[in-house]
Design a protein around this ligand. Structure first.
Ligand code: SAH
Length: 347
């Protein structure tokens, strides 16, 4: 019989697992706390279970564990890029970023990505498969175990499009939030999406409390499609309607992310377009100066980034600029591409 991997199970599912094997349901709650809070790697560590029960679980099940294939600490910033090997040999990356009293993990939601955004390194890999909820939450568990630190924030900004792996992403986010486990508040977990419109409506209707970040990158449909090919299906005005619907339901302000690429989407007319599009919407705008991964695209100068922010200014939304950490170890936004496939244009 193949053993079941319990990492990724909810508390209720673990209770059911215990009951299914003739144990009391509170045994499931003990397993939950050992896996997510105490980050056990082995049933043998579970000292509040009898030896016989530990052996029984050992015969039936396994606990997570991604393998750390490689670890690159950044000398220039307090960040570490992890390359994890999955049970089937696929590789994914996560980035740990420490700044002041925040410890953030940028997690992957898929092996590769299907969206093929023209400026993004992950997009060049193509799509391999969705991660399970267990593989997503295990990135958090492994990094907390490896660093010995508790994370304070999670961003779904690693490899993949979270809203194309909707159920597993939501389940993993609840596992990160659960108070008997990892216990990171919903407002400290950010799901980043290019704006898959049906998924946005679903997210709004289901009433989840995790923060949303929408990758906008251009206010104009034709330019946006060149950067994010999948947006051909999602008109930018309809995207804004979906975001407004989400805001009405959740009473939360989303963040619009905007990667600034020299001469491509950083002109005055782009800034004016963004202002017009987002006028009157209570949101935040996060500008990300492009981290070069594709030779055709360049990062604008620091002065120009400031200029673009000034052009946006009358928008009445807080504007921030994200100068990525960890670019010296290729761990900055959009630089995650694993080591396993090098697309021809990247080598
Ligand atoms: N698929 C999700 C998560 C991707 S990564 C999304 O698109 O939102 C998170 C952010 O990094 C996205 O806004 C993405 O557009 C941005 N990004 C991708 N490549 C980048 C690069 N080379 N430089 C700067 N930001 C990049």
């Amino acid at each position: 019989m193949e053993k079941v991997n319990l990492t990724g199970f909810t508390q209720e599912e673990l209770e059911q697992f215990a009951v299914d094997h003739g144990e009391k349901s509170f045994r499931g709650r003990q397993l939950f706390s050992w896996i997510y809070q105490r980050k056990a790697t082995d049933f043998a560590e579970m000292t509040d279970l009898s030896k016989a029960l530990r052996n029984k679980f050992q015969d039936l099940a396994t606990i997570g564990q991604l393998q750390i294939a490689e670890k690159s600490p950044s000398p220039a910033s307090d960040s570490i890029k992890y390359l994890f090997r999955l049970h089937d040999g696929n590789l994914i990356e996560s980035v740990f970023i420490s700044e002041r009293n925040r410890r953030t993990l940028c997690v992957s939601s898929q092996v590769g990505c299907a969206l093929k955004c023209t400026f993004c390194a992950t997009g060049k890999l193509g799509f391999k498969r969705n991660l399970t909820a267990g593989e997503i939450v295990d990135q958090v568990i492994c990094v907390e175990r490896d660093t010995g630190l508790e994370l304070t924030n999670i961003v779904f900004m690693g490899m993949g499009e979270p809203f194309q792996n909707y159920e597993n992403v939501i389940q993993s986010a609840y596992l990160m939030k659960h108070e008997n486990g990892i216990a990171i508040g919903a407002r400290h977990i950010v799901i980043s999406t290019v704006g898959i419109i049906p998924a946005l409506y679903r997210y709004a209707d289901e009433g989840h409390r995790f923060k949303l970040a929408i990758s906008l990158h251009s206010p104009f449909n034709d330019d946006r499609q060149k950067l994010i090919p999948v947006s051909a299906k999602y008109d930018v005005d309809k995207l804004v309607d979906a975001v407004k619907y989400y805001m009405k339901k959740s009473r939360h302000r989303p963040t619009f992310q905007y990667v600034l690429i020299d001469g491509v989407n950083d002109r005055m007319r782009d800034a004016h377009g963004v202002r017009k599009l987002l006028q009157g919407i209570p949101c935040k705008v996060n500008l990300i100066p492009y981290n070069p991964t594709v030779p055709a695209f360049k990062r604008p100068s620091r002065e120009h980034v400031d200029q673009f922010a000034r052009w946006l200014m009358p928008i009445h939304a807080p504007i921030s600029v994200r100068w990525s950490k960890g670019d010296d170890i290729e761990a900055a936004c959009g630089q995650l591409a694993g080591k396993f496939v090098k697309a021809p244009e990247m080598v």
